[in-house]
Design a protein around this ligand. Structure first.
Ligand SMILES: Nc1ncnc2c1ncn2[C@@H]1O[C@H](COP(=O)(O)OP(=O)(O)OP(=O)(O)O)[C@@H](O)[C@H]1O
Ligand SMILES: [Mg+2]
Length: 606
């Protein structure tokens, strides 16, 4: 049976506390402070009885018979305890000091809890972020960025709400204990009678809390959906405009928003019922106790009227504290939905993490070999179907073939974006899976079909993740990628902000940024996947020359639809339907009357 919302939330919080490695001191300090506050709160209440008693009877002589207080008072100078009036003033002063101390400690408790929860949230998000970065591309292919953004930002916050409110619960618990102690001191019989009534309070809201837990899960799902829609719409605005689909999108947004509003409302209905419901039961309990108290008083013998006034006051207070304490369940139930999403980030299933080996990759010395490689993204359809291909060091290997044949997939496997089956892809005879991924990637520079820009300066976009890039090398890469004219046209040159919210670059300009980035990386294997497809043929030719220059002593893998760009390749491999069907130098392939020749003839005049 699935755990009830509040319990699973509790378990999840304990898991996170251990996972984040919270130092015990962070919990001990607020606990200690809260205990101290409760002690003074109880002491304050305890002082009220002699104060009232003495005030009503105008006689404080009974004070010396009170155990702790009596002895303490006799130690004070006569000025403070010499007369009834002085005693009254001293007691009152003591009462004020005790209440002051209680409040100071309360305040410090809240600050300690805030400190703890702010740090906790920070570390939680940091660990979640690190987890996300470790997941494989397949995970991101199959899930939505909007959902992840929501989990990372909002669910983490909502999930740890019970911890953020910890001071309330601690205070309630400890004052409850101190109140009960004083109540028992006044009349243990009555207190014994009261206890089951408080227990009733706890169980009375069980159904409501269960319902809240369930709604919280639904709400978390809807929140994710809404966020996904928001993220999606802002990244597809041009498409929406082009299709004049504003009304359609408004409707879709409203639909999700409305469903969420409905759950929000149900949640509010249930949540707000808890308080009044508890108050009614409290009142009922208090009345019951009060009648019992009066009965005991009339029968005589059990305490003085002031003691009962204080007792009654404390019954009301205890009920309130009990209410607060049991609202921890509402809080946990509320957090259970967001917590489930947070915990899912820390679970291992379905994350498609790419295993990293422990061998250091020292670069390519002979050749990259694909051997009878079968690969499928989804598990049902093989995209590569027994691929055999050799890419030699220091040579330029071109990969051509129809769209969807699996060309980019070959690169994805080489870059370890996806995991290939063991024994199918080798680098100098070593299975690529044996290498430490970061050491392997150091030797590979990719210009992919998609171009990515960060919201940052052009300079930082080109030198992304590279340390100590000299101005000279950067300029050289800019020159080789034929970016100089772009840089000179930009208002602030290399310091211009590009990407999101920055200067917009054209498709061809973005491609050249990617090329500059790859060239600057200076890896010994350069991979170009349709890297120049958006460029006009003149620029393409210029870049081609620069690339030819750069790759002279490097290994290059070039995927191109425009066959003129791969004319100089040492080897051309034709990929069709996940297999290599033809390979050889240009002349060999043209001599063969195969697919390549057909493609070549088709493009001859373009
Ligand atoms: N992440 C993915 N998840 C599932 N299927 C994918 C994924 N990426 C690619 N595919 C499928 O794998 C097949 C090969 O895709 P790939 O990108 O390798 O083709 P390509 O030869 O590079 O084509 P193009 O010339 O259009 O770039 C396609 O049918 C595509 O739908
Ligand atoms: Mg491709």
């Amino acid at each position: 049976m699935a755990l009830r919302g509040e319990w699973s939330a509790f378990r999840h919080l304990v898991f996170l506390l251990r996972r984040i490695r919270v130092r015990p001191i962070h919990l001990i300090v607020p606990l200690g402070l809260s205990m101290g506050a409760a002690f003074f709160e109880g002491a304050g209440m305890g002082l009220l009885i002699p104060l009232l008693n003495g005030f009503l009877s105008k006689d404080f002589s009974f004070l010396k018979d009170i155990p702790v207080l009596g002895t303490a008072l006799t130690r004070l100078p006569p000025l403070l305890v010499g007369s009834d009036r002085a005693l009254f003033a001293t007691l009152l002063g003591l009462f004020v000091v005790v209440i002051l101390l209680k409040n100071v400690l309360r305040y410090l408790t809240s600050i300690a809890v805030s400190y703890f929860s702010v740090r906790f949230l920070f570390h939680l998000r940091r660990q979640m972020f690190a987890r996300y970065l470790s997941f494989g591309r397949l995970f991101f292919d199959r899930t939505s960025a909007g959902h992840h953004a929501n989990v990372l930002y909002e669910s983490s916050f909502l999930g740890i709400q019970p911890l953020m409110e910890m001071d309330r619960y601690m205070n309630a618990l400890f004052s409850l204990v101190s109140y009960l102690a004083i109540m028992a001191a006044i009349s243990w019989k009555l207190t014994l009678f009261a206890l089951p009534i408080f227990a009733l309070l706890y169980f009375s809201v069980r159904k409501l809390v269960d319902k809240l837990g369930k709604l919280s899960q639904d709400l978390a799902a809807k929140r994710g959906e809404l966020n996904q829609k928001i993220m999606e719409i802002f990244s597809t605005i041009p498409l929406v405009r082009a299709f004049a689909a504003e009304d359609l999108e408004k409707k879709r947004f409203a639909l999700i928003g409305e469903e969420k509003a409905r759950i929000d409302m149900s949640m509010s209905v249930v949540q707000n019922a808890v308080g009044p419901f508890q108050e009614m039961i409290t009142l009922f309990a208090a009345l019951l106790l009060f009648s019992t108290m009066l009965y005991l008083l009339v029968r005589g013998g059990a305490g003085t009227p002031p003691a009962f006034i204080v007792y009654f006051y404390m019954v009301i207070n205890v009920s309130n504290r009990f209410g607060t304490l049991s609202s921890i369940r509402t809080s946990l139930a509320n957090a259970s939905g967001p917590l489930d999403s947070v915990i899912a980030v820390f679970e291992d299933g379905d994350k498609h993490v790419i295993p990293s080996g422990d061998k250091e990759c020292t670069g390519l010395h002979e050749a990259i070999r694909f051997r009878d490689l079968r690969f499928s993204y989804t598990g049902d359809r093989d995209v590569l179907r027994g691929l055999d291909l050799t890419i030699e060091r220091g040579k330029m290997t071109a990969i051509v073939g129809p769209t969807g044949a699996g060309k980019s997939t070959i690169i994805h496997l080489l870059m370890r974006f996806y995991d290939c089956p063991p024994g199918t892809l080798f680098l100098d005879g070593t299975d690529i899976r044996a290498f430490r991924t970061d050491s392997l990637l150091r030797h590979l520079a990719l210009v992919s079909q998609e171009t990515y820009l960060f919201h940052d300066t052009l300079r930082n976009n080109i030198a992304y993740a590279m340390d100590d890039v000299s101005e000279e090398r950067l300029r050289e890469a800019v020159r080789q990628a034929r970016l100089e004219d772009v840089v000179s046209r930009l208002p602030k040159g290399l310091e211009t902000l590009v990407g999101d919210r920055g200067m917009k670059l054209s498709g061809g300009e973005r491609q050249r940024v990617s090329i500059a980035r790859a060239l600057l990386k200076g890896a010994d294997i350069l991979i170009l996947d349709e890297a120049t497809s958006s460029l006009d043929s003149r620029t393409e030719k210029l870049i081609q020359e620069a690339i030819d220059d750069v790759i002279r002593d490097k290994t290059a893998i070039v995927i191109a639809h425009r066959l003129s760009t791969i004319r100089h390749a040492d080897k051309i491999a034709v990929i069709e339907d996940g297999r290599c069907t033809e390979e050889g130098a240009l002349a060999d392939l043209l001599a063969k009357d195969g697919t390549f020749r057909m493609l070549w003839e088709e493009q001859k005049f373009t």
